[in-house]
Ligand binder design. Structure first.
Ligand code: ADE
Ligand code: ZN
Length: 309
């Protein structure tokens, strides 16, 4: 059973599709010599921000709503080819608006259409998570969440993503309160581009039930105890953590310590195109990180139990 709880649509957009759409439109990306190099990390990039630049370079080529329907479809088709049983797909409608000028409500409907159709065809179960982007600033947090709530039934949860070193999570507390009041689950990127204090903030101020990454929680024993006691699952993406230089190697990744502390861990891909990875490849990488067969079996159970959909 393969369950991926953390995969960004923007980080799944295929290089070939990005190129084809850019050529169709005469978009500036069509003139890039090595699009692969622009959109895919091949090694450590030294930080979160340069990695996000690779993830975020593709959406500008998806200039029509039908392109976002295709994006949703291809994302699920790729998941089916990997052998996934269940996939939570997250995306940031306001970021897509910024890159394309498209109405975010239209983008949500188009993505949901594509995902629904491909899910029915392939049998991969799917659920959608709406992202609020830190980088757009806390002033528009409530507006971002209202866009998601205009399509409430299409989403299982809300997330906070983007540059963790920028706007603090606490500034988004009103937006997350509104999402929780509407019955959405909460996951938050934290403990990736910043330290344990960022994970504490996600739990205390935003009501996070799961944490995207969270790996720097390993630096704070009290936090590990809190996460274990509350059953707050960490969505760990090993290859992404190498590319963002959160961990220097699989072998030195703290995932084993997280599990040993009793913290539920689910293995995820984050951005399969930008990291050139798949969920089965992440399970292989986990062996290099020192996880045993028993650990991997526990990780699969964790993912099933922490699923929002
Ligand atoms: N958006 C896409 N990938 C991300 C990551 N690893 N951290 C924060 N935001 C992201
Ligand atoms: Zn992520």
């Amino acid at each position: 059973m393969f369950f991926d709880l953390h995969r960004h649509l923007e980080g799944t957009l295929r290089v070939a599709t990005t190129r084809a759409l850019a050529v169709r439109d005469g978009h500036r990306l069509a003139a890039v010599d090595d699009l692969d190099d622009l959109l895919v990390a091949r090694g450590p990039l030294g930080g979160l921000v340069p990695f996000l630049a690779k993830v975020d370079a593709a959406p500008a080529a998806f200039s029509r709503l039908e392109d976002w329907q295709r994006a949703g479809r291809e994302c699920v088709e790729d998941a089916a080819a990997e052998g996934l049983d269940y996939l939570e797909i997250r995306f940031a409608p306001w970021f897509i608006r910024q890159e394309t000028g498209l109405a975010p409500e239209g983008v949500i409907d188009a993505v949901a259409d594509g995902v629904r159709a491909a899910s029915a065809e392939t049998g991969v179960r799917t659920a959608l998570i709406g992202i609020l982007l830190r980088d757009l600033g806390p002033e528009c947090g409530l507006d971002q969440v209202d866009t998601l709530l205009s399509r409430r039934d299409l989403f299982c949860a809300v997330d906070l993503a983007g540059n963790e070193g920028g706007v603090p999570a606490a500034d988004f507390a009103p937006a997350f309160a509104r999402a929780r009041d509407a019955g959405l689950h909460v996951t938050v990127h934290a403990g990736e581009g910043a330290g344990p204090e960022s994970v504490w903030a996600a739990v205390r101020h935003l009501g996070a039930e799961r944490i995207g990454h969270g790996v720097r929680a390993a630096e704070d024993p009290a936090l590990l105890e809190h996460l274990a006691a509350r059953g707050i699952t960490l969505e760990v993406a090993l290859t992404s953590n190498l590319h963002t230089s959160v961990a220097p190697s699989y072998a030195a990744h703290p995932v084993r310590r997280l599990l040993a502390a009793g913290v539920p861990v689910a293995l995820c891909t984050d951005d399969p195109r930008a990291s050139a990875t798949t969920l089965p490849a992440e399970f292989e990488a986990a062996r290099e990180a020192g996880l045993t067969d028993a650990d991997l079996a526990a990780v699969r159970v964790n993912a099933r139990e922490a699923a929002f959909g």
